[in-house]
Design a protein around this ligand. Structure first.
Ligand code: XMP
Length: 326
């Protein structure tokens, strides 16, 4: 347990200088731990795994292999950004796995939220394990565990979900940011030169857009979630709300309503906008988005997203509602 208590000597990392000192210390420690051996990392593109990847690239270079699994539930542009930043810019060994069909086939017809989560989690482990088995001589597994994960490890939703690897793939863990709080991870990420869109990214659930495509996931409804989310993020960025609002996204429920377009009746889905503020996700309040901006976002979604004829704004705080819809 002592291994899991933040050392008193670790100062709160809140300046670029402290981040730099932390980075140098970690590079030394990682080199000592890993030596000339190989290390594997599941790289989602979220801030924690991205910071661990950047640290490992600095410390052990091409002894690191990153695996990015595209499960088809990522936001628009995310897989491309992971490839651009880590493969093209940082020259990491990056295995990109297009597992979109595999996940969506397994999820077809499944509407229960917890079953959906289980399928996504299990399939992720399976895909990752298959990739790991193809590689020779891996002894270490990098993980983006952060301090709140350790403090809250009882009863939280699966966050760093490569913990369930099969017995023959039990690697020694490498967890360089396990004593850091989220804000400190961001300061370190910034000092490592990661793009702001990665460093200041809003929380994003492991099951991704899967829990925002309510009920049984279909490809067309999932596309409506992804496209409307991209519009919402674009407008929040343009209007100074990125980094100010804690979490914002869209949901597409599994029901239709009537509408009218080009003088013809339509029968299409609604898009729900959710924008909340929170400190630790246990409770949340609603962001008061200016009405004109809501109208503008609504018009963009209605004209740019296929299969949608209605846009709603969710005004429900947590509690009574949860932040996600599933
Ligand atoms: P709820 O919906 O329970 O969400 O109010 C609280 C926070 O947790 C995120 N969330 C998840 N994160 N795996 C995750 O890694 C999950 O299955 C999951 N479900 C919810 C949610 O986005 C919010 O920030």
């Amino acid at each position: 347990m002592a291994d899991n208590v933040r050392p008193e000597s670790l100062k709160r990392i809140n300046t670029p200088e402290l981040a730099q000192a932390f980075i140098e210390e970690q590079i030394k420690a990682l080199r000592e731990q890993i030596g000339d051996k190989k290390v594997l990392l599941a790289l989602s593109g979220g801030v924690d795994s991205s910071v661990v990847a950047a640290l490992l690239i600095k410390a052990v270079g091409d002894q690191l292999t990153c695996v990015h699994v595209n499960h088809g539930l990522l936001r628009k542009g995310e897989p491309e950004q992971v490839i651009e930043v880590f493969r093209n810019q940082m020259k990491a060994n990056l295995i990109y796995v297009d597992a979109v069909d595999r996940f969506l086939d397994k999820l077809a017809g499944v509407s229960d939220p917890e079953t959906k989560r289980k399928i996504i989690g299990k399939e992720f482990i399976d895909v990752f394990a298959e990739e790991a088995k193809k590689l020779d001589g891996i002894e270490f597994l990098g993980q983006g565990t952060i301090y709140p994960d350790i403090l809250e490890s009882v009863g939280v939703k699966a966050h760093h979900n490569v913990g369930g690897l099969p017995e023959d793939l039990k690697f020694e863990l490498v967890e360089p940011v396990k004593f850091l709080y989220k804000d400190e991870v961001r300061v370190v990420g910034k000092a490592l030169g990661l793009p702001d869109s990665m460093v200041y990214r809003q929380p994003f659930p492991g099951p991704g857009l899967g829990v925002r495509c309510v009920g049984a996931i279909t490809r067309d409804r999932l596309e409506a979630v992804r496209e409307s989310d991209a519009i919402l993020r674009d407008e929040f960025a343009k209007n100074g709300l990125e980094g100010k609002v804690w979490q914002y996204f869209t949901i597409v429920p599994d029901f239709k309503s009537t509408g009218i377009k080009d003088n013809k009746r339509t029968y299409d889905w609604p898009v729900v906008i959710r924008a909340v503020n929170s400190i630790d996700a246990t409770s949340a309040t609603i962001e008061e988005i200016p009405y004109a901006l809501l109208g503008h976002i609504t018009n963009r979604i209605l004209s740019e997203v296929k299969g949608v004829n209605r846009v709603l704004y969710d005004l429900s705080p947590k509690p009574v509602a949860t932040i996600e819809w599933e």
